[in-house]
Design a protein around this ligand. Structure first.
Ligand code: AMP
Ligand code: MG
Length: 415
C-alpha cells in the first residue's frame, strides 16, 4: 500500500498548469489569477465626500456654531465650479469630488440652513468625512498575488481597478464517466433486479461545478470493452482531465483497468486510506485520468484527496485543499493504523465552549452509505500510524462544507 501523501504528491507533480487566457470579468469567478494584479489607478480615483453635507475649511468650524456662505451645490458625478475659501462652504453629496480649498465635510445633520448661509453646529478636524484618492488602493501597488482565487468581492475590486478582462488560467474541462452493467441513470425508470442508480456522476459533476470546472458528461458505460474504450478516448481528446468511477478494484469484470492498461499509461494503486483504497492515475493520450473506485463515499473521498487538488493546481490556484480545524470527537472512532482514515462527521462549534469545534460520527461508516455524506459536513481524519481516537479525543476535521446552522431564529441571537 502507498501512503496517501506519496500518492497525492505523485498526482500533483504529474499535472500541468493550463494555458493563460484573459476572460470577461463576469466569467472569472472561481478562476485563479495567472499574474499579480497591480493597480494602474487610484481607488477611489479622486478625493471625495463620505457624507452628504458641506465642504468647509476645518479651521472655520473651530468657533462653532458659525455661519458660512454657501457658494454652490455639487452632486456626485459633477465637479464644483469654484473653491472653498475662509468663511464659505459648498454643499456636497456623498461621492462628489471635494472642492478645491476644502479640507473637511460637515455632515448635513450637524448643520441648519440659514438663507444663503449655512449654520455649522459642530467643530470638525481636517479630513473629517473625506475619502482620499488612493485610500482604498494606491496606484502602483500589488493588489492580488498570482494564484489568488477570484471570488465575488475580488471581482468587485478588479472592477474598481478597471480590469475588464482578468488574466487567469483557463477553466479546466473535465469528462466524467460512470461504469458498470448494474448502473442506471437517475431518469432511467424503475430499477430491474440487480440494478442500482448512478449516484457517482451527479456527485462528481456537482463537485466539479463547485470548484469551477466545466463538465463533459460521458454518461454510463456497461461492461463493454469497445464502448468503454471509445468513451474514454473521446474524453481524453475533448477534455483536460477524465474522471471514471468503478472498475479499478480487483474484480474479474474490472474492464476499466484492462482498457486503461491498453490505451494509456495508467497505474493502479492501493492507497493506504479508508475508504477509497483502489485508485488509478495516469495519462491517456497526454490527458490525466483519475480512476476512482465505485462506491460513492470512496468516490467523494478520492475526489477530494486527489482530483480536486490536482484540478485546482491545473487551474493555477494557490489554495488546493479544504480548510481543516481541530476539534474533539464525541464518541471517538476506531481506526486502522495502517491507513489514513476518513470518517464522516457533523462538525459544529460549541457556543458555550468559546466556539471550540466538536464532531460526531454520522450514520453508517461503510463506503456505500451515501446519506452520511449529505448529513455530514466534514471528514474526521486520523492519519496512518495513529491509534484509535478515544471519546473526547482531539482530531483533525477537514471541512468539505461549512456548517449551515444559521437559521433565521439563530441569527436573532446575534446582538
Ligand atoms: P466496482 O469498483 O466497479 O466493483 O464498484 C464498487 C461498488 O460501487 C459496486 O457495488 C458498484 O455497484 C458501485 N458503483 C459503481 N459505480 C457506481 C455508480 N456510478 N453509482 C453508484 N454506485 C456505483
Ligand atoms: Mg463495476
Amino acid at each position: 500500500m502507498r501512503p496517501l501523501e506519496d500518492a497525492r504528491r505523485d498526482v500533483l507533480s504529474a499535472v500541468e498548469l493550463l494555458p493563460i487566457v484573459d476572460v470577461d470579468l463576469d466569467d472569472s469567478r472561481r478562476l485563479a489569477l495567472a499574474t499579480a494584479v497591480v493597480a494602474k489607478e487610484n481607488v477611489p480615483p479622486f478625493t471625495n465626500s463620505a457624507m452628504d453635507g458641506f465642504a468647509v475649511q476645518a479651521a472655520d468650524t473651530a468657533t462653532s456654531p458659525v455661519e458660512l456662505r454657501v457658494l454652490e451645490d455639487v452632486a456626485a458625478g459633477h465637479v464644483a465650479g469654484g473653491s472653498v475659501r475662509p468663511g464659505t462652504a459648498i454643499k456636497i453629496m456623498t461621492g462628489a469630488p471635494l472642492p478645491e480649498g476644502a479640507d473637511a465635510v460637515v455632515r448635513v445633520e450637524d448643520t441648519e440652513p440659514a438663507g444663503e448661509m449655512v449654520s455649522i453646529k459642530v467643530a470638525v478636524g481636517v479630513g473629517t468625512a473625506v475619502r482620499h484618492a488612493g485610500g482604498d488602493v494606491r496606484s502602483g501597488t500589488q493588489v492580488f498575488p498570482p494564484g489568488e482565487t477570484i471570488t465575488p468581492a475580488h471581482m468587485a475590486v478588479l472592477a474598481s481597478l478597471g480590469v475588464a478582462r482578468p488574466v487567469v488560467h483557463r477553466r479546466v474541462v473535465v469528462a466524467v464517466l460512470s461504469t458498470g452493467d448494474e448502473v442506471v441513470a437517475v431518469d432511467g425508470g424503475a430499477l430491474q433486479p440487480s440494478q442500482i442508480r448512478d449516484t457517482n456522476r451527479p456527485l462528481l459533476k456537482a463537485l466539479l461545478a463547485e470548484l469551477g470546472a466545466e463538465v463533459i458528461d460521458l454518461g454510463i458505460v456497461g461492461d463493454d470493452a469497445a464502448e468503454m474504450r471509445r468513451r474514454i478516448e473521446r474524453g481524453a481528446a475533448d477534455a483536460d482531465a477524465v474522471i471514471t468511477s468503478g472498475g479499478v478494484s480487483m474484480g474479474e469484470y474490472d474492464l476499466v483497468k484492462q482498457i486503461l492498461t491498453e490505451i494509456g499509461s495508467v497505474e493502479f494503486w492501493k492507497v493506504a486510506m479508508q475508504p477509497a483504497k483502489p485508485f488509478a492515475f495516469g495519462f491517456v493520450s497526454g490527458t490525466p485520468l483519475f480512476g476512482l473506485p465505485g462506491n460513492p463515499v470512496s468516490v467523494m473521498v478520492a475526489f477530494e484527496q486527489f482530483a480536486r487538488p490536482a484540478l485546482l493546481k491545473m487551474m493555477g490556484h494557490r489554495a488546493l485543499f479544504r480548510p481543516r480545524v481541530s476539534g474533539t470527537l464525541i464518541g471517538g472512532v476506531s481506526t486502522d493504523p495502517e491507513k489514513t482514515v476518513f470518517s464522516r462527521v457533523v462538525a459544529t462549534q460549541v457556543p458555550t465552549n468559546r466556539g471550540a469545534w466538536e464532531a460526531r460520527l454520522v450514520g453508517e461508516q461503510s463506503s456505500n452509505v451515501l446519506s452520511a455524506l449529505a448529513l455530514g459536513n466534514a471528514f474526521a481524519v486520523v492519519p496512518r500510524g495513529q491509534a484509535d481516537v478515544a471519546d473526547g479525543g482531539l482530531t483533525s476535521l477537514e471541512m468539505f462544507r461549512w456548517p449551515s446552522t444559521r437559521t433565521y431564529e439563530e441569527a436573532q441571537d446575534d446582538r
